[in-house]
Design a protein around this ligand. Structure first.
Ligand code: ADP
Length: 615
């Protein structure tokens, strides 16, 4: 048995906990991962930009070295002096231009006059400037002012067609000895092909932007502004997949000459994103696994065992057997609870056992008490009745003058003796009957009886009492009332007890009425009405209890034993009838009892006979 409520609630709690964990842990984690990877990308792009700038610097150094090698040469020295005119044509032929990746060679004499001007792939289609214009721009760039007697310099200048990397060196002898005979200038164009070559070399997508052109695009000028302000390369994502890094190439004079752009794919940030996504997925999967594992464990370790325990305990409730024990194996809180339940059951069983024993003992004691009371009653009643008979007998004899003549006063005393001994005899008889009823020793001699004669005979017996009490007694019994099946002596006893009470508890001048009627085909009801003192509801509740007498009766000192009604009820019930009472204090009471009508019994006999015949 499981409790889905607990599983669902636990899963919900774990789910909520995970959700908050996700917010508290994962989101900052993701932000950290993302920031880290973006920073890594920025650094990588900056490093790429720096590599590109370094490559151009290397190119400058390499060109400077080439210029230095050619300028510090006796042949060049002689050419500059005007002694070796064939030098340029001889040395700087197409092959040497190509091999050294040169596009321009200029040799100036000490006066700055152009001694040689030679270009390669530097025609007007690409560079829309003639030698004079080129020289003007070289002079304007300040390159020449940077060289010294024994050292050269490099510079990038902008020609109308494209940027040009220049290197200048004083013309010296082989041993780098002066005085300088002029200046050798070598140039390499920085065209797209060249820049692409750098890119291939660096495995980067490198581009350059001229900064000397009019109407520079806004993003270029703002990027240059940023680099100049921060002094560091600028990184700008272009699309989701690519990022650009920008750096400046500064001229020897310190002015920005070219903006170098290095494009890279955003692999790092992509990896960052993927990492974050995987982390999220791992998180969610781990969370789900944790949630289901928890639910499963909860089910296995708690709910199934709890269910077993509940079933076990339920069985105890169903069987109501304290000998049941709860069986749960293992060593946990459940087995502990099971042990505790078992111990409680054991204690309960013990208590129940003791209670039963005590009850049995009490029952036995009660039986003994009843038996001894019965014996006592039987003995006492018997012993009391024995002397009563001769007392009444002798009083009778004396009243009849057998013992001699008696005075009127003596006659009155003897009548008192007779009357009281009769009362006492009645009481003793009540006690005897009570004892017999108690012991179940009353046998009924059932016969078919008419109610009216029985009532008449009882009233006759009570005549003296009626006269003394001064109550009006009337009888209302229909002549066609069915006969009843009853023991004649016991019927008299029932009637006598009820009518005696009605007379006894009705003040003089009151009325007592005896009515009988047929309730239905099987029952006859006899009712004794009086206009007497009546009873309260609480008194009525205890009315049929042996020896019970109402307080009002006791205080009025009306004599009685409290046995009459109890005997009447037992006798009515022995006949298969019922008895009840209705009463109102100071208004009166009605006692009703039923007896089986003889007509119904006859009908039953007839039906029985018919059934027997049918068989
Ligand atoms: P007893 O009459 O000897 O006291 P009963 O068993 O006949 O004993 O009656 C029990 C009690 O019921 C009486 O003591 C009395 O309080 C009350 N009782 C019985 N019959 C009547 C009645 N007709 N009217 C009022 N009270 C009655």
């Amino acid at each position: 048995m499981t409790s889905p409520g607990i599983v669902r609630r636990t899963q919900r709690v774990v789910g909520i906990a995970l959700f908050f964990l996700l917010i508290v842990l994962f989101l900052p984690l993701q932000a950290i991962i993302f920031v880290q990877f973006t920073e890594l990308e920025r650094r990588t792009v900056i490093s790429n930009v720096e590599r590109a700038i370094n490559t151009i610097d290397d190119e400058r150094q390499q060109l400077l070295q080439l210029t230095r090698d050619n300028a510090s040469w006796d042949d060049a020295y002689a050419f500059a002096q005007g002694r070796n005119d064939g030098f340029v044509e001889q040395i700087f032929n197409q092959t040497s231009f190509e091999t050294n990746r040169l596009n321009l060679l200029i040799i100036l004499d000490t006066a700055g006059k152009m001694r040689a001007y030679k270009t390669y792939q530097f025609d007007a289609t690409r560079v829309t400037a003639n030698d004079a214009e080129v020289l003007r721009r070289i002079n304007a760039s300040g390159l020449l002012s940077q060289i010294g007697p024994d050292h050269g310099a490099t510079e990038i200048i902008q020609l109308p067609g494209l940027p040009l990397l220049l290197s200048a060196h004083p013309i010296l002898t082989n041993n780098f000895v002066g005085p300088s005979m002029g200046t050798m200038i070598m140039g390499r164009t920085l065209d797209a092909t060249r820049i692409a070559e750098f890119g291939t070399q660096l495995r980067l997508d490198v581009q350059i932007h001229r900064l000397d052109l009019p109407d520079l695009p806004e993003e270029i000028s703002s990027t240059v502004g940023k680099i100049t302000t921060t002094g560091a390369p600028v990184v700008t994502p272009l699309t989701v997949d690519s990022v650009a890094g920008y750096g400046l190439i500064i001229s020897a004079s310190g002015a920005p000459t070219l903006l170098i752009q290095v494009n890279s794919s955003r692999e790092i940030v992509q990896i960052g994103r993927t990492t974050a996504l995987y982390t999220l997925m791992t998180f969610v999967i781990a969370g789900l696994i944790a949630m289901f594992t928890l639910a499963k464990l909860l089910n296995q370790l708690v709910l199934e065992r709890l269910g077993l325990l509940i079933q076990n305990v339920k069985l105890i409730g169903i069987d109501k057997d304290l000998r049941h024990r709860v069986a749960i194996d293992g060593h946990d809180e459940f087995s502990l609870l099971a042990n505790t339940i078992n111990e409680t059951m054991r204690a309960l069983e013990q208590t129940e056992h003791e209670r039963r024993e005590a009850e049995e003992q009490r029952e036995q004691m009660w039986k003994d008490v009843i038996a001894s009371r019965r014996n006592f009653l039987a003995t006492v009643s018997h012993e009391l009745r024995t002397p009563l008979t001769p007392i009444r007998g002798y009083a009778d004899l004396m009243l009849h003058g057998i013992g001699g003549a008696i005075t009127p006063e003596q006659e009155q005393f003897l009548q008192m003796i007779q009357q009281n001994s009769r009362r006492m005899e009645a009481m003793v008889n009540d006690l005897l009957v009570m004892g017999q009823l108690d012991a179940g020793r009353v046998d009924l001699h059932i016969e078919q009886l008419a109610v009216a004669p029985a009532v008449t005979s009882v009233l006759a017996m009570l005549e003296q009492q009626i006269t003394q009490q001064q109550v009006a007694v009337s009888v209302e019994i229909p002549p066609d009332l069915p006969t009843v099946r009853a023991d004649a002596h016991r019927l008299d006893q029932i009637l006598a007890n009820l009518i005696t009470n009605a007379i006894k508890y009705t003040r003089s001048g009151g009325r007592v009425q005896i009515r009988a009627s047929s309730v239905n085909a099987s029952q006859v009801e006899v009712a004794v009405h009086d206009t007497g003192i009546g009873m309260s509801d609480t008194e009525m509740e205890r009315l049929f209890t042996p020896f019970y007498r109402a307080d009002s009766v006791l205080s009025a000192q009306i004599s009685g034993t409290g046995l009459g009604l109890s005997i009447a009820r037992s006798l009515v019930e022995l006949h298969g009838g019922t008895i009840n009472v209705q009463s109102t204090p100071d208004v009166g009471s009605v006692f009703r009892f039923t007896l089986p009508s003889a007509a119904a019994s006859d009908a039953t006999v007839l039906v029985d006979q018919a059934n027997t015949a049918a068989l």
